[in-house]
Design a protein around this ligand. Structure first.
Ligand SMILES: Cc1cc2nc3c(=O)[nH]c(=O)nc-3n(C[C@H](O)[C@H](O)[C@H](O)COP(=O)(O)O)c2cc1C
Length: 196
């Protein structure tokens, strides 16, 4: 049985939120391209400032070994050992400027994160898990992937079907089995109360 780490919530939330979590162990099962199209379609329907849709995704299946390895090489050592087993690696890019007038888009990373969240939540409903990675070498990514300056790598994603914690080496195995936790709402929600 693959590990499940459903959220233990203070208040009831929808199952597709409860069931999303970030595994490091993946089965060898590939993700069908048709399913991936659905994930990117879900990303496309995220809201964005002025409907700019500043996100772009470049991905490779593990079988597309040359591109997969070029993406994988951009990850930091803390992510490489487990991310090599993902079915798909994605680099998530965010365009810094508005296409209409080339003015800076103050919301480019925010909106790209919204699209990523849509993708992950859609994935969960299809039995696919994703793990966001901010641990990558920014300048190497820009250089090795020949990215234009206006496209900023926001994150990488490892996508796949969740595997068994036992297949991971330490310290990842222990992390895979560790309980998930969140701050209580009292620490980040404030009703009728502004800072002094
Ligand atoms: C922007 C961002 C960067 C992250 N970077 C990494 C990373 O480099 N390596 C990693 O193992 N997890 C990374 N994570 C995953 C978080 O650690 C994880 O989402 C968080 O601990 C909550 O766990 P959950 O997603 O299972 O609820 C990142 C998540 C986000 C949103």
């Amino acid at each position: 049985m693959p590990t499940h780490k459903h959220a233990q919530t203070q208040y009831p939330v929808a199952d597709f939120i409860k069931h999303r979590w970030s595994p490091r162990a993946f089965t060898p099962q590939p993700i069908a391209d048709e399913a991936l199209r659905t994930l990117f379609e879900a990303a496309a329907w995220a809201p964005s400032a002025m409907n700019e849709q500043p996100w772009q995704f470049i991905y490779a299946h593990r079988e597309q070994a040359e591109t997969f390895e070029r993406l994988w090489n951009c990850l930091l050592p803390g992510n490489q050992p487990w991310a090599k087993n993902a079915a798909v690696l994605v680099v998530v890019l965010a365009r810094k400027f508005m296409s209409a007038n080339q003015a800076p888009n103050r919301h480019y990373l925010h909106d790209t994160g919204m699209a990523t969240a849509n993708l992950l939540l859609q994935a969960g409903t299809m039995g696919i898990h994703g793990h966001v990675m901010g641990g990558f070498d920014l300048s190497k990514t820009q250089q090795d992937l020949h990215l234009p300056a206006e496209l900023e790598p926001a994150t990488f994603l490892a996508l796949g079907y969740a595997g068994e914690a036992e297949q991971l080496e330490e310290p990842f195995r222990t992390r895979e089995l560790a309980p998930r936790s969140r701050k209580p709402l009292s620490e980040f929600v404030f009703e009728n109360q502004l800072p002094d």
